[in-house]
Design a protein around this ligand. Structure first.
Ligand code: PRX
Length: 678
């Protein structure tokens, strides 16, 4: 097996040196009300009961027709769950709750400007609005089950409304994170083959009303260059009746949703009874190569897994007020703002803007005002909230029973602040480890059943059976004190089905590395390779150390180094580019960019700015590098490969190690001086 150029060293080193922490225990009040306190669940989900055990999750949903085969492995490793089953995701999130919860808030929307009122949308109202939009998509958009539609929407109420309208029709939605650039959106439009783009004119971020519609025009241009035409752009407006974008409307192509809604007021659309294994949505994510991968998630399996994990790990009851402060443009928002909570009839809070706008108390004011009792966010946000307002939570009268951390390893001292100050020592914490590809949690404590250990994601979820392999495929046992590649031995219903349009890449990236027999139809031969390094303690808890591939986890969001590097190459002066992760106090990791120039060009501040700009326009501001270093040459192996590891060590002021085998060892010291000074 090929040994990867070890970028993971920097990630792993940091986490491995965390000391073992003491355990903390959930309170008796929490345990008394928890959805899951039955230890038998681990036995019921043991491998000997696999795959039938997952009926327990699927039974949380309402099916038009039960499945005939729980897990079909005939097209291994493209697993099919609940085959023969018929279901509709929108029906499960809305219609079936009406009898009991018609007048209960489904979503409470909090706009960023504090003077704008909250909007509490009841299940009834959400149902009506989703139906109207579904009618527009079907009758005006010409969309039907199996078609793809791209959404490029920020955190506005119309986003979950549009997603659910798609789900009602069996239309596959592909939501692109609103912060991504138009060009990044265009690539995803082209890859998914969407003919309709749904967007909004503007939205608030840090007190500014951003022009979002301008990105649609850039997106269409990039999509067109890749051969994909968008026929219709459907535009929501942040303020009905008022167009807040500077971008002109293109006649015949651009349509305001508000205008269309006049013709569809009160329309009802029957939910389409979908085969369980048909796709519900695509979610693009970064991988090892430049192009983003469209992770294809199923309808029945995904929803069952999102519902099950929301119920047992998030401990959501219909009477709770649950706030996940993620963006719906990422998988966390899909599973744990929209599909999971709504399938359980919960009240899900959604916030438009920046957690610290206009000041460090904002998040806690929202929590107090709405009576939030379950809170869900990422370490990067926790670090930021702690930095700007370490004592702020004490000033507000809210009480969380439960808090989640997700997306990156959390440092024990940050965990403790979250526990003691944000949670006021009352809330249980779950550290949930999972990925865009996995649909839902892979590792987490069951909050009422297991003790917490700061810095550890806890044991595997019921029904998830991890194994840690070394590079040679030997198992690393629990308590060995050694990290390795964490894999999952068995399929599970939330797992993505394939990479949209690229089965080969799906197989090679996720299932080839430790495959025991490529012709096998037995799932036991196909461990799922997560690309994360991890170690398992004697207590069975997993500590996730970070990515082993060329992915940088910036503020809990995945960026491919190749994506960043190819953005730099847009600047004509740039000959070569290399991007490495820099440990960052707030964002966890930030990209550090190294470039060398083509002959005849000189380094300049303008050039550095042009490179930053290129990254922002092709990917988005989220990818903005911490530094751009223009260097005379890159450190290279004799075969010409750029040694990222060396650059990463220089950026992070770590031991550079032995570089004598490099083709141009002298350059290392030169670069070090540029970065670190004499
Ligand atoms: O490295 C792991 C890290 O985030 C990666 C997945 O990123 P993404 O697909 O964007 O999904 C983020 C939301 C699930 C993983 O490969 N990661 C995620 N959760 C944790 C984590 N690292 C440590 N601890 C976690 N709880």
């Amino acid at each position: 097996m090929r040994r990867k150029e070890s970028l993971e060293v920097t990630e792993a080193e940091i986490a491995v040196h965390w000391q073992e922490e003491d355990y903390l225990y959930p309170s008796s009040q929490f345990i008394a009300q928890a959805n899951m306190t039955d230890n038998g669940i681990y036995e019921r989900f043991g491998l000997e009961y696999f795959p039938e055990c997952y009926k327990e999750y699927a039974d949380l949903l309402t099916w038009y027709q039960y499945w005939t085969t729980t897990l079909d492995t005939s097209d291994a490793p493209c697993w099919k769950w609940f085959v023969g089953g018929k279901i509709n995701a929108c029906y499960n999130c809305l219609d079936r709750h009406l009898a009991k919860y018609r007048n209960k808030a489904a979503i409470i929307y909090v706009p960023e400007p504090e003077e704008e009122p909250h909007v509490a949308l009841t299940y009834q109202e959400l149902y009506v609005r989703v139906n109207e939009v579904a009618a527009i998509l079907r009758d005006f958009g010409g969309l039907k089950a199996g078609d793809r539609v791209t959404l490029h929407m920020p955190m506005v109420l119309e986003l979950p409304i549009t997603m659910l309208a798609c789900a009602r029709l069996g239309v596959i939605h592909s939501e692109v994170y609103g912060g991504f650039s138009g060009a990044a959106c265009g690539k995803r439009i082209a890859d998914s083959g969407s003919r309709v783009l749904i967007t909004i004119d503007g939205y608030y971020r840090s007190g500014k009303l951003l022009d979002h519609k301008e990105k649609a025009d850039a997106a269409l241009k990039v999509a067109q260059e890749s051969g994909q035409t968008i026929d219709k752009v459907l535009i929501w407006r942040r303020y009905p009746g008022k167009y807040v974008s500077e971008t002109p409307i293109v006649d015949g192509r651009d349509h305001f949703m508000e205008d269309l809604l006049k013709d569809y007021a009160g329309e009802k659309v029957e939910p389409v009874s979908m085969p369980a294994e048909d796709p519900l949505f695509l979610m693009y994510t970064s991988g090892t190569t430049g192009t983003p991968k469209g992770c294809q998630h199923s309808t029945g399996g995904y929803l069952a897994y999102a519902a099950g994990t929301s119920k047992y790990v998030q401990d959501i009851h219909p009477e709770d007020v649950y706030w996940c402060m993620a963006d719906i443009g990422w998988i966390t928002g899909h599973s744990y703002i929209v599909y999971g909570p709504l399938s359980l009839g919960a009240t899900s809070v959604m916030y438009e803007g920046v957690p610290t706008y206009p000041d460090a108390g904002r998040a806690w004011r929202i929590a107090e005002r709405l009576g939030v009792n379950i809170f869900h966010t990422a370490p990067t946000t926790i670090r930021m909230l702690r930095k700007v307002g370490p004592d702020e939570p004490k000033k507000y009268n809210y009480h969380f029973k439960h808090m989640t951390t997700v997306g990156e390893p959390i440092e024990p001292q940050v965990w403790k602040w979250y526990y003691q100050v944000v949670g006021k020592g009352e809330a249980v914490i779950v550290d949930t480890w999972w990925q865009t590809e996995t649909g839902g949690f892979l590792c987490s404590t069951m909050p009422a059943m297991q003790r917490m250990k700061p810095g550890s994601a806890g044991p595997a979820m019921p029904g998830i059976h991890p194994v840690i392999y070394d590079e040679e495929g030997n198992e690393i046992p629990a308590g060995a004190g050694k990290a390795g590649n964490i894999c999952i031995q068995n399929p599970w219903p939330g797992a993505f089905q394939t990479i949209w349009g690229d089965r080969e890449r799906y197989v090679s990236q996720y299932y080839e590395k430790y495959c025991k027999n490529k012709d096998s139809k037995d799932w036991r031969d196909w461990p799922y390779f997560t690309s994360d390094a991890a170690m398992q303690g004697q207590d069975g808890y997993y500590r996730i150390l970070g990515r082993v591939d060329d992915v940088i986890n910036v503020a809990g969001h995945r960026l491919g180094t190749k994506e960043l590097e190819s953005s730099c190459l847009i600047v004509t002066e740039v000959a070569e580019a290399s991007v490495v992760p820099l440990a960052d106090e707030l964002r966890g990791r930030a990209p550090d960019v190294y470039v060398s120039l083509r002959p005849g060009y000189q380094p300049s501040k303008e050039l550095e700015d042009a490179i930053v700009k290129a990254i922002e326009t092709t990917i988005g501001k989220i990818a903005r590098p911490k530094h751009v270093y223009i260097v005379p040459d890159m450190p290279k192996t004799r075969s010409g490969k750029i040694m990222r590891r060396v650059l990463a060590a220089i950026s992070n002021k770590k031991d550079i190690g032995d570089v004598t085998t490099l083709a141009n060892a002298d350059i290392v010291e030169e670069i070090r001086k540029i970065v670190q000074g004499e």
